[in-house]
Design a protein around this ligand. Structure first.
Ligand code: WQD
Length: 336
């Protein structure tokens, strides 16, 4: 089975390509390197022993995308490509709507032209907004508080309408919680070029003395220690969730939604302690004001993915924080 992976040189896309190859799939990868680097292709070869069949393109470019489908028999698509920084989306909403929606609609038009009707879509727990019930089930009310989250919600609606128009489609929508960690080789990982928005890459840069201290965005939430609680999931568990979703849609038509999380919540201070204790490094921090748009607590009800996709997260917090630091150490040496 040949799978097209859009955004395949990105953090989650690259880890998913490793697992696709490990599970015997053929892969075609497209990316425009807007949030990744070409070196990822070399590292994928080092890990898998395979040259990646790669096309450099933006998924909005219909003619370039049609060429990929003309030159390769595509059986299914995993769609990661898209901008994903919440803060940036608030400042540049039109850039987010243009890129994330246009690329998805273009992809679906080309898939339709070549009669490819199996797709796994990278959505996000951000579509739940500030949850009313915890753990959060897939049936929870959907509500977004920023343009990035709204693009994910609108794409979910587009996919639903595509299925309604043609019941031959097989669609799995995966709602990620908070992916962290890295491949044990240290060759793949989260590698933001500028100041990270997310907690884990920021902690890593503090531990690596690239940033002076972590700003803890508020300690007055209604949580165990007042700091924000999230469901952190190892990126390899997340990648394996895509393999399980692919196997499912290969045998079942329809559209469905699945939480990919661990079902456990950890606070910011718990993450700092775990990172510091496991990696034996200090992570100085200061308590600062809350970040606009942040919610107190978010963690997944994981029953549905377990029952239907026969998937559940296996890595624990120590493995997540150790692998994250291992990647950073191996790569910060390169930056020196
Ligand atoms: C986690 C916790 C912060 C940074 C976002 C997106 C979501 C998904 C994952 C794409 C919160 C606190 C963070 C810092 C801090 N992305 N924090 N200091 O906000 O849960 O989710 O990333 O799909 O869509 O919304 O992740 O890592 O930014 O924050 O105190 O420097 O860490 O307040 O409690 P978040 P995060």
């Amino acid at each position: 089975m040949q799978v097209l992976v859009t955004g395949g040189t990105g953090y989650i896309g690259s880890h998913t390509i490793v697992e696709l190859i490990n599970h015997g799939y053929d892969v075609v990868c497209v990316d425009d390197f807007s949030n990744s680097k070409p070196i990822v292709l070399d590292n994928l070869k080092k890990i898998t022993g395979k040259d990646i069949n790669f096309y450099e393109l933006n998924v909005c470019d219909k003619e370039k995308l049609r060429k990929v489908f003309k030159e390769n028999k595509i059986d299914a698509v995993i769609h990661f490509a898209g901008f994903k920084a919440v803060g940036e989306s608030v400042a540049k909403p039109l850039m987010y709507y243009r890129n994330n929606l246009d690329s998805t609609i273009t992809l679906l038009e080309v898939m339709n032209e070549f009669k490819v009707k199996k797709i796994v879509f990278s959505s996000s727990a951000t579509v739940y907004g500030d949850p009313e019930i915890l753990p959060i089930p897939e049936t929870a009310k959907l509500h977004t508080t920023n343009p990035y989250g709204s693009t994910k919600l609108y794409i979910e609606e587009i996919l639903k309408d595509v299925y309604i128009s043609d019941n031959d489609y097989s669609i799995a929508i995966l709602r990620y919680f908070n992916p962290i960690g890295a491949h044990p080789s240290g060759l793949l990982g989260e590698d933001p070029s500028d100041i990270p928005n997310n907690l884990m890459p920021y902690i890593v840069k503090v531990a690596n003395h690239e940033l002076p201290h972590l700003n803890v965005f508020g300690n007055d939430y209604d949580t165990k220690d007042g700091t924000g609680v999230r469901d952190y999931i190892h990126v390899i568990d997340l990648a394996l969730g895509h393999i399980s979703a692919l196997e499912y849609i290969d045998k079942h038509k329809g559209i469905d939604y699945y939480n990919l999380g661990t079902g456990k919540g950890y606070s910011v201070l718990e993450m700092v302690s775990a990172f510091s204790d496991v990696n034996k490094v200090s992570v100085p921090y200061r308590i600062t004001a809350r970040r606009d748009g942040d919610i107190a607590t978010c963690y997944a009800d994981t029953k549905k993915a377990k029952e239907i996709l026969h998937w559940e997260a296996k890595y624990d917090l120590n493995e997540m924080v150790e692998s994250a630091y291992n990647f950073a150490k191996k790569n910060s040496d390169k930056n020196e």
